[in-house]
Design a protein around this ligand. Structure first.
Ligand code: ADP
Ligand code: MG
Length: 477
């Protein structure tokens, strides 16, 4: 049992291993891709040294797979610091939630772990149509790639899964499309269930909450629905922006929220905008959302996007050259669903056409995503005003409409295209792009760009329009 191996913690061999491991980490940090290193190598823990065998613990089977990819390299660096050849024996660390073993990774005890005696609890589904989203096993904490764009949301999510109803209640996560909100929500549900199988997790989205409520009214079972919700330990609400605008549904949401909140149950909500911008919700509810932790998620950096693609390759057992992954990750920046989708499309085409996966193939198949880099660097001097002007002429939407608050489809589309091209063809930050398009905030800009990215592969007329405008902007002096 690893707990017993920890007893070795005081002896000389383990001391030597730990010292060598620290040095090895230092050396390896410059040699392995930063994101992989931070997520999967630095999180490993030296457990024991027994002659020529060094036992190292990984936090999850998934992390172990990553570690194995670098095993030879790590082994040789570690051997160097130990002054003797060693073989690494990899173990999975006990989860921090396991009360028997807690403390192995951190050396600290987690007191809340002692409260975890399973408590069988009656959990009867009400007699109305109440289907919940089931947990998607693909979305876990161990395959969520962390960088500064999502660090707070990730930390908040881990914290509520461990300490429900205590530190951050509610946890409100918001950000653009395809940035991992649903992923984190599932990961919370999974981790909570792993910690205590009896925990009751109700996982809904805004639309589903509305449906449940409407059918409860129709069947005169609203009380039953309320009683049911009182037994829930985790209430995970995805995409709250889709909750119906009807007063009654919102009122019911408010009551459910309060009932759970007052009894210390954990509430997690995701949305595509901040509580302040959730105009369809009452002020009193929006201010409650702010009483816990509000965490935004932004598009991740290039290395992180590559790591997300690498995760996908690992899970699907795809062998893809890393320059190709970089190529794709450079082209798609704002929507990780589109990023994964592009890779899947590429793999499917290569297999159907039976041709090797190369950068040329990618360029061909994903042409709408790729930009002519020469033209782009020439264009970096294009002022946003010129983009506005050109989009306005091509789409026949006035510039004043594009920079207005109006939301009808043509105007919104023109605005999204301006933002998308400004991101691509200028050095302007999201904040500057927002300022140039009528004082929009950076989340709105990010959301608009993500929307264009996700529609490009399916909407050939949009792709054509963008290609035309782009070539006009980059080829005219
Ligand atoms: P959202 O709910 O914010 O629209 P999702 O959670 O559905 O986004 O994420 C879209 C896809 O991108 C999912 O397949 C998810 O696993 C992946 N993804 C997004 N962010 C990350 C991340 N940081 N690490 C790993 N996968 C990610
Ligand atoms: Mg989602």
């Amino acid at each position: 049992m690893p707990g017993e191996q920890m007893e070795l913690g005081e002896d000389e061999q383990l001391f030597m291993l730990r010292r060598a491991w620290d040095n090895a980490l230092h050396t390896l940090s410059g040699k392995i891709c930063k994101v992989t290193f931070e997520s999967y190598i630095r999180t490993a823990v030296p457990i024991a040294l027994d002659g020529e065998t060094a036992t190292i613990g990984c936090p999850s089977p998934f992390a172990r797979e990553w570690f194995k990819k670098y095993l030879n390299q790590i082994q040789s660096v570690l051997s160097g610091y130990l002054g003797t050849p060693v073989q690494i024996n990899l173990q999975i660390l006990p989860t921090p939630q396991d009360p028997k073993n807690d403390g192995v990774r951190t050396g600290k005890r987690n007191d809340s772990a002692h409260e975890l005696t399973p408590r069988p609890k009656p959990f009867r589904r009400p007699n109305i149509d109440l289907s919940f989203i089931s947990i998607n096993e693909r979305y876990r904490f161990d395959n969520f790639v962390i960088d500064r764009s999502n660090r707070l949301a990730h930390a908040g999510a881990m914290s509520v899964a461990r300490n429900p109803g205590k530190e951050y209640n509610p946890l409100f996560i918001y950000g653009g499309c395809g940035l991992g909100k649903t992923h984190l929500l599932h990961a919370i549900g999974r981790a909570a269930k792993d910690k205590d199988a009896d925990v009751q997790v109700a996982f809904v989205d805004g639309e589903m909450f509305t449906q449940h409520y409407v059918s409860a009214i129709r069947e005169r079972k609203v009380d039953e629905l309320r009683r049911f919700y009182r037994q829930v330990d985790f209430w995970l609400v995805d995409d709250i922006q889709f909750i119906a605008r009807g007063e009654q549904t919102k009122e019911e949401f408010f009551h459910t929220f309060n009932a759970l909140y007052q009894t210390g149950k954990q509430i997690v909500i995701t949305s595509d905008c901040s509580p302040r911008e959730l105009k369809s919700m009452d002020e009193r509810l929006r201010s409650r959302f702010g009483s816990g932790l509000i965490a935004d998620i932004n598009p991740p950096e290039l290395e992180t996007r590559v790591a997300i693609l690498e995760n996908k390759c690992m899970e699907e057992s795809w062998e893809i050259p890393s320059d190709l992954l970089y190529h794709i990750a450079s082209a798609i920046q704002s929507n990780m669903r589109a990023l994964e989708g592009a890779l899947t499309k590429l793999v499917a085409c290569s297999s159907v056409l039976n041709i090797p996966l190369t950068t040329d193939l990618a360029q061909n198949i994903l042409k709408d995503y790729f930009i002519d880099s020469d033209a782009t660097s020439r264009a970096k001097t294009v002022p946003i005003d010129r983009i506005l002007q050109t989009v306005s002429e091509k789409l026949n939407v006035s510039v004043s409409n594009i920079v207005s608050e109006k939301r009808n489809k043509e105007i919104a589309t023109a605005r999204q295209i301006v933002m998308f091209l400004a991101r691509e063809l200028t050095n302007a930050s999201l904040i500057q792009i927002g300022a140039a398009t009528g004082g929009k905030n950076h989340t709105t800009v990010q959301r608009s760009i993500a929307k264009v990215e996700s529609e490009l592969p399916h909407d050939s007329s949009l792709a054509q329009t963008i290609t035309q405008i782009r070539s006009e902007l980059t080829h005219r002096p």
